[in-house]
Each structure stands twice: as C-alpha cells, then as structure tokens.
Design a protein around this ligand. Structure first.
Ligand code: BG6
Length: 478
C-alpha cells in the first residue's frame, strides 16, 4: 500500500506580509497589506489610502521575521522541516513596482534567508506574490486592472529568478489566485481599490473589473512559468488555489447543479487555466450572465497554453455546503461562507473542520489534473493560552493536524501523488482576514498581541514536539 514518499516535503508556510514586518526598512515600499488596519472576528479590517496616526497596521511589524530569520529557521530545522514556504515581498525588491533597478538591500535580505535555509538543509518554496502588491500600483493603474502590471510583475520575476536561480527550485506564481473570483479578492489579491477607503469586505464590486484583473494575473502567471521553463529548467513552477470544498446540502438536483456551478467558478476556474492552458468551457456562460467581457491581446491564448504549471498546490482549511434554499443557517469561512454542515464542528472563527474533506479534495484534484499535488496551507486558527511557566498546551491544534494528515495518508493510499505538506503559519503571524494576532496557527508562539505589544520572544508549543516526531517518522507516528 502506498505511503508518504521518502522525499516527502514536510514543512510549514508563511507570507512576507503577515510575518516579516520591517515594512519600511532598507528601502522597502508599502504594499496593499501594509495599508490595512487591524480588525477582529466581528469588525472587519479596513484599507486606508492614507496612514491614520492613531491606528494599528499589524503587517508593519508583524512577528518580525526580518530581524529573527536566523532564530526562526533554526527552530524550523529543529522540527525537521524539509521545506519552508515563504513569499518574497515585491515591495522589498521594487518599492513601487515600477523602478528601473531593483533595491539591492531587499535582494540581499532574501540571499541571507535562502543561505540560512541551505545551511539548515531546508528547501525554500517561494510564493512570488502573496497579498503583497505594491500600493503604488493600486494608485497608478487600479492594481491588476492595469495590463501594465503584467510587465511590472515580469520584471520582478526576471530579477528574482536570475538572482536566486541557484538557491530556489520551487516557485508559486500567485497565492490563492482564485480569491479574484470573489468580491473579497478586490483588496489583497487584485488591488482593484484605487481611491477606496473602508472595510475590506465592502469594496464596491465590479465583476467586469475583477475578471479583467484576474485575466492579467493569468497572463502574468503563464509568462513567468514560460520564462522559467525556457531559461531555468531546474525550476518547478506551481499554481496556488484556495480550495473551498463544497457539498450539496441535500441530494436535490437543484442543490447538485448549484454546487457544481459554484465549484466550477470558485475552485476550478483558475486552475483549469493554469494547469490546462485555456479558459474552461463553462466560463462563457458565466461571463454572459454576469455581463463580463474579457479584453484579450492576440498573443494571450498562446501565452496561457505555453505557461502551464508543473505541480498543483492549494490551501485547505474547511468545507462548506451549498443550498438553493436561502433560509439555511450560514457558516463563516476562508474568504467566503456557505451553509452550515450539521455533521461538522467549527473553529472559534466559524470555519468548519473537515479532515475527510481533504481526502475527498485531493482525489478530486488529482483525478482532474493528474499532476503532483502539494497542500501548502492547512491549520487551525485558535486562541492559545500562555501558561505562567511559558508553556502552551495546544492539543486542539495537534488533533486538527493529526486528523488532516491521516486523511492525506488515505489519499496517498488511494493513489494520489502528494509531494508535500506545509501547514499554515508554522510560527504565529498576523491573520490575513482579520488582522488579528489572537488567531494563532503556529507550532511556535510569538509574544505579540492585538494591541501591538509584546517582546516578540519565541516559545515552543506542545505541537512543536509533536510535529517534530511526525516528520521524523515520515508521518507514521501521529
Ligand atoms: C489563506 C491565506 O487564505 O489563509 C493566508 O493564503 C491566510 O494568507 C490563511 O493567513 C489563513 O487565513 P486567516 O484569515 O486565518 O489568516
């Protein structure tokens, strides 16, 4: 019976905007995330085009990887990480996105990070753009609505590919690119918020603009993959989708069809393009019914065809139900909600916990594409209690991860080709949806709180030792 590969990539995942801090150090420019205030489970965070003196912008200091990278990478190595997913902050390399020359200090920082990974036997997995678009590009061209972003992104890719060609092998073009299929994607993913000030979930949504912006990301992603394949054959290029698995609430044909439709446009649409190289057949009807007309350049179809990815990666936190009956109780979720599933429990933030859904999802994806898969985000955002002796007993997190790893193992037995697993926020960092510190995912606790206080000291949670043993036994002891 199949089990995890010998070279299975165990590790953890982070993103610069939620982890690095040092938002204006050594020439870095502001990103969209740097312009977001804190929020909570009940109060949405806001994006403000101008800094408000008295307001907290949590990404700005975050948990300060910038000044703790050696210590943190040593802790990851102690856990036995084979891979560390991080993103490069575009604004550290090109502060406005539009400079002719890159910022050498920014490039030098990632040299140090990758060297430190190498020293510790850890392979970096780099997300090129993870909710870190230069804010200057929002002002210049309404974010990805502007076609010129493709060229700015390519310049950034050329720079980092060339600089890190001997240090980085695995690349993901855009984090959760399918966020752009939902109104929530306007802020962090697409930057289509020129002049907007307010809660991130209340941006006036224009599907035409959103899907045009998304088209530009598809072209940019495919061009980056094409460049890598032509010039850097040692690179492995991946997509990254937010997978929000959906079940029909009932077996009524209406619920079935509605679920299929939503699965197509939220979960499959982007990866169908990135893996198969063309817009899928069902998009035409969706565009027609939603008044969307994509403006394409003559070369775009070829670019999409020539820039398909080598492996498929996704985030998986939860599942949801779909019903055509609007009376059903709602659940919260990662960028989107759905209908509550009576068979599932939820996290403190209302995200439904569904380990078996991960096995189901892995099979669905692998059955559709047949290329290697990697789960690059998964985890439980929870309140942790720091005991007086400095310990953190996070058995609830261990339970969550254990159940998900067990189901990954089942999927591998089913025959799915799974390359690796990088649980989200392997060290505590700022929440993307709410801007909170209280929503923690890490194996490592960071002394940092929602009011901005904390001395940033790192402490091992119980899950640290547990995960260390999981890696040591290649997932045999859970
Ligand atoms: C994914 C993002 O949506 O989920 C991460 O790629 C994010 O950036 C993670 O942090 C967890 O979401 P949240 O809102 O709990 O931080």
């Amino acid at each position: 019976m199949n089990t995890f590969r010998k070279d299975f990539l165990w590790g953890g995942a982070t993103a610069a905007n939620q982890y690095e801090g040092a938002w204006d150090a050594d020439g870095k420019g502001p990103s969209v995330s740097d312009m977001c205030t804190n929020g909570s489970h009940t109060t949405p965070k806001r994006v403000t085009p101008v800094f408000e003196e008295e307001t907290l912008y949590p990404s700005r200091e975050a948990t300060d990887f910038y000044h703790h990278y050696k210590e943190d990478i040593a802790l990851f190595a102690e856990m036995g990480f084979k891979v560390f997913r991080l993103s490069i902050a575009w604004t550290r390399i090109f502060p406005t996105g539009m400079e002719k020359e890159p910022n050498e200090a920014g490039l030098a920082f990632y040299d140090k990070v990758f060297d430190e990974c190498k020293k510790n036997g850890i392979e970096p997995l780099v997300t090129i753009s993870h909710y870190e678009m230069p804010y200057a590009l929002v002002e210049k061209c309404n974010g990805w609505e502007g076609r010129e972003c493709v060229d700015y992104y390519m310049k950034y890719c050329q720079t980092i590919f060339e600089r890190y060609k001997n240090k980085v092998k695995y690349w993901l073009t855009f984090n959760e690119i399918n966020a752009g299929t939902m109104p929530m994607g306007n802020v962090l993913s697409l930057g289509t918020i020129k002049g907007y000030s307010g809660p991130i979930n209340q941006v006036p949504d224009k599907p035409q603009v959103r899907f045009q912006a998304l088209h530009h990301q598809f072209v940019a992603s495919a061009k980056a993959v094409k460049l890598a394949h032509e010039k850097y054959p040692q690179f492995k290029m991946g997509n990254m989708s937010l997978f929000a698995t959906m079940y029909p609430f009932t077996c009524s044909p209406d619920d079935m069809v509605e679920t299929q439709k939503q699965m197509q446009m939220t979960n499959w649409f982007c990866s169908d393009i990135q893996v198969r190289g063309a817009y899928p057949y069902y998009a035409a009807r969706y565009f027609e019914e939603n008044g969307i007309k994509i403006k394409m350049e003559p070369e775009d179809e070829d670019i999409l065809k020539e820039g398909t990815v080598d492996f498929y990666t996704f985030s998986y936190y939860m599942s949801n139900c779909v019903s055509t009956n609007s009376e059903k109780a709602k659940s919260s979720g990662n960028l989107m909600g759905g209908v509550k599933n009576p068979y599932l429990k939820s996290s403190d933030w209302g995200w439904q916990i569904d380990p078996k859904g991960l096995r189901y999802t892995l099979n669905e994806i692998y059955g559709r594409y047949g290329i290697p898969l990697m789960v690059v985000e998964n985890g439980l955002g929870a309140y942790d209690k720091l005991e007086e002796d400095g310990s953190i007993h996070d058995d609830y997190r261990i339970d969550y991860l254990r159940e998900h790893i067990l189901q990954m193992k089942e999927a591998v037995k089913d025959g799915v080709d799974l390359m690796g697993y990088t649980p989200w926020g392997c060290i505590d960092l700022v929440s993307a949806s709410t801007g909170e510190m209280a929503k923690r995912y890490g194996f490592i606790y960071v002394d940092k709180y929602d009011d901005g206080t904390g001395d940033l000291e790192r402490r091992k949670k119980d899950s640290f030792t547990w995960y260390q043993n999981v890696i040591k036994t290649n997932g045999e002891e859970l």
